[in-house]
Design a protein around this ligand. Sequence first.
Ligand code: SF4
Length: 256
Amino acid sequence: MPEEENKRLSYLDAMGVQVWQARSTREVEVVEAAAGARAHAATLAPGASASVAPTVTEAGADVDVSQLDWEALRARVQVCTQCELHQGRTQAVFGVGNRNATWMVIGEGPGVDEDRLGEPFVGRAGQLLNNMLLAIGLPREQVYIANIVKCRPPQNRDPRPEEAASCAAYLARQIALVQPQIIVAVGRVAAQNLLNTELSVGRLRGQRFSYDQSEIPVIVTYHPAYLLRSPKEKRRAWQDLLLARETLRGLGTGDS
Ligand code: SF4
C-alpha cells in the first residue's frame, strides 16, 4: 500500500473511522460517500446567519479595526486591553495559517498551551484537529485557524458574552482579510457566537449556515478537546467535515 494511503488511513483511524472496512481505496470512498450523504440529508437552516459585526467601537480606543491590515491588526490584538481577559494572559493568541485560505477553522479561545506558545490549537486537542484536517486532505498550514477570544480565560472557563463581544471585531476583520470559502466552527462557544444562537452543537451540526450577511457557509462540529473526552463522537465530527467538503464542492470551487 502506498505510503500516502497508509498515512491517510491513520488519520481516518484517528477520526474513529473504521479503517478495517477499507480493504481498498474504493471502499474508503464508499464509506466517505455514505457518511457524506447522511450529513447532506440533514435539515438546512433557512436564513440562519452569523452575527459577528466588524464594528469600530467594539474594539475601542479610536481604532477602526475594520480597516486594519494584517500587521496592524496583529499589533493591535497584542496590546489589547478591551476586556478583563488581558489581565491573565501570557500573550494574546492572534491566529495562524494561510492568510489566503479556502478553509477557516474557528475555535473558542486559548488554553494553557496556546497561551504559552502563542498559537491556537496546540497540544493534544491541536494534534487531533490536525488529524481531522489531514483526514480530508488538508494540511494544517493550508487553513487559517483563529479563536472567538484571543486571550486565555482563567481556569479555561468559557469566555463570557461581553468578552466575546469585545473581541468580535478582531475575528470579523480576520475573516474579512482571509475571505475563506468555508468556515468550520469547532465547539459550542464558537458556534454560538458565530451564529448568534444558544443551541447546542448537537442541534447545530449537520446543517449549513452562513456567516453574517455573507454567503460564506458555516459548518458546526465538535471541539477536538471534547472529542478526546468523548471519542465515540469522532464519527459525527468526520461526517461534519465531509459535509463541509461537500458544501465547498457544491460551490464549484473544486478546492477541498
Ligand atoms: S480577549 Fe480580545 S478583547 Fe479581550 S483583551 Fe484579549 S484581545 Fe482584547
